[in-house]
Structures are given as C-alpha cells and as structure tokens.
Write a protein that binds this ligand. Sequence first.
Ligand code: SF4
Length: 319
Amino acid sequence: MDEPLLEIKDLSVSLKKRNTISVAVDCLSLNLYPSEILGLVGESGAGKSMTGSAILGLIESPLYISAGTITLHGQSIVEAPEHIRGSKISMIFQDPLVSLNPLKTIGEQLVKTIKTHFNISKAEALERGKRLLSDVGIDPERIDAYPHTFSGGMRQRVVIALALAPDPDLIIADEPTTALDVSVQAQILNLLKRLCIERGTSIILITHDMGVISETTDRVAVLYSGRLVEIGETSDVLQHPKHPYTAGLVASTPNIDPHSFHKKLFQIPGTMPDINDVPNGCAFHPRCEHASNICQTQKPPLFNARASCWLLETPGETL
Ligand code: SF4
C-alpha cells in the first residue's frame, strides 16, 4: 500500500469545564491514503465532525486537543498555520448556503479563493474558475450568476468547485448531501467519486447514512462515543460487521427491496451517551445485547486491526 497521506495517531479532543474534563474524541488512530475515500460514520455525538474539525485546526476553547498527532505528508498539521492547512485541506459543509456569500457572484468568490492560494492575475483566476465550474458540471457561462439563482444541488456543485480551487490534497466533506433530495444526492456523490479518481484528491466523507457510505467510500471507520469501534474495506464491514454497533447501524438502514417492505426496521436500543457521562469499559455496553462482565469494566482494544469488541478476543467468535 502507498504511504498514507494523512495519519492520525492516538488523537484525543477534550472539553474542560470548571474542574471536570470530558473526552469528545478518545485515542483515535486512522490513516488515509492518496485517492482514497474514507467514510466516518456513526450517530450524532459519535465524534465524526469533531475529528474533521481537529484535522482542519478548528477546535476552539473550551475544547482542546489533549493528546495525539495529526500529520499530512508526514508533517504535523496540529500547530501548522491556517494558510498551510487551507492550501492542502478543503472543507465541504452540509448547507451550501452557509458556505456561499449571497452578495457576491460565484465568479467573484472563485476568483478571490483562487487568488488567495495562487499568485496569478485576475484574468487567469477567472479562466481557472471557469474550468473548475466545468469540472463540476456547471456551464462556465454562469460564472457571473449569484448563488440564489442556482438550485440546491447546483449550489453544492459551486461549493465543491470552491473546495477544489486551492487544488487540495484532502477534502473533508461533512454530510455534503444531507440537505439534498436523493437523485441530486446521487449526482453529488458520483461527482465526488469522479473528482477523487481524476484529480487524485483524497476525501473524508462524514455521514450518518450507511447508504451513502456503501455507495461512495473505499473504507469506512465506525465511531461511537468518540472512539473508533470498527474500520475496514467498506464492502467487508457492511457485509460482515464485527462490532455489534456496526451490525446495528447496518440492520437499521432502510431497504427498498420489495421483499423487505413489511419487515419492521431494526432499532438500536437506547441513545449515544453524553460526553460527560460515558459508561465505563465499552461505551456501547448499555445498548449491546452481547455485553458481558468484562465489557462493563474494561475498554476493548482494536482486535485484528478491525474492531474494538471483546467478542473478537475469542478466535472464531462471530456475531
Ligand atoms: Fe458489546 Fe462487549 Fe463488544 Fe462492547 S465489547 S460491543 S459491550 S460485546
């Protein structure tokens, strides 16, 4: 395998309030490889967006990075100045309207972003902006239009063009299709996949949607309560989950197979714990039908570089 583009080692993000310290991301380690799409999945509060924010250097007080390292091309980016992270890493947020300035044309916004990162003339930046629009499937002639004249899907394409403007090595896409209807969602996901192949950009795709993970990603990391609970090739993880939480997420994903129409959708009992009240041992144990005594007291390590569950301690044990 190639050298990793991004390496996260034992990353912890903590929250300090008066005399108490809570842990929002707990000793997370994972790698991302060139041209790879890695999914981060889990319910709200799992630590997905917090991990993305840590990579981008957007962790703000009272949160802080309490341990671990994040390196891009082997160089630490935790302390790196904003412009270095900004030229190598871009972000796509859920709502394109939040990312776009309604008072500026998309051309003005593209030119400004391009000129921030490259020492070129305005005319050259405009040409580059038109090429980016074409790359994301927008008629370059619309470069002088304002964001409100675009549909939701087209606006998200503009945001992707802006994210590509610095020619980043890594794009972090945080629920990029959640606000879109399903047909537009498929177009945007296919666009991200195509750009990843054509430009060699790596993508971290943050989502709560197992369908999006299945359609788009090469590998998936499942997070629960700020901890990595399972990681692997997407098809293997979804077809043969090793962690009960992953199995629950897969089983609770709606299926449009006509034979499944009358089957009751599975529900994982309970809810994600508050970061101020994470259970001892395996944080998932109050919701897990397989929990045993050891689960209530000891945090499971990541067995076989795959899943963090005591069930895997016994060879041959499966869900
Ligand atoms: Fe369930 Fe125990 Fe595995 Fe946690 S470690 S997922 S409680 S079986």
